[in-house]
Design a protein. Sequence first.
Length: 271
Amino acid sequence: MNNELIKKIFLPLLVFALIIQIWSGIATVVADFPTPSDTYVAAFGGVNSDGDEIIGVLSDPFYVENQDVKGLFWQVLESLKRVFAGFVLAILVGVPLGLLIGMSKSAQYAFDPFIQIFKPVSPLAWLPLLLFIFQDINMTAISTIFITSIWPIIINTSLGVKSVSEDYMNVAKVLRFSPMEKIVQIILPVSVPYIFTGMRLSLGIAWLVIVAAEMLTGGIGIGFWIWDEYNNLNYHNIIIGIIVVGLIGYFLDLMMGKLANYFDYTKKGRS
């Protein structure tokens, strides 16, 4: 193995060992704080430090007791459904609006102040109002994700349109392209990498928002599951939930990154 590969393997393991040491240190200071070993048992099953036999939450993530009591797999699946519903809505609205803002100064002047005002608003600020409007957990979560994840798509799409060379636009004028031909043949090929960068950021925000949204709205989902475990004093499961959320967020970002690279004509080795 070359030095670079050794560093990629050894350095994360070093940081992981440091995290375990800090975690163990916190467990010795804070009463009843889960230790790494007990958290492992709570995840996969076995005998904990108190000598109790534990059935791990990850040993059977597919169980269904009733409509509201389900394994971790179904909790995550429900959250992902809401995330992708809000994310797809954000794409359907954000991309055309971003194209319009990028192509038209008037549209930019009209929409930019409101984008700058609403972009920093926390998703938790939207939740009470949306819950009042929809009176439904799913619609509230989906609409919250839509509102808070649309901004990176709009901003990056408009940035992609503005990055189109003026020479290309002059060629379109000479060839008398219609507005749709101009978008499809000139603007979109240049803007697609920017659009996918916006989508990647948007998906990360959507996954971030869903946990907070489900904690407040209740129902089924990974966010509510974590909050319910807190109410039941199952602190081991809270840590397991945090790790699961982080891993899924990592894989979602990895997936969008690969997709963005595939459509980015500036990247070499495109498959």
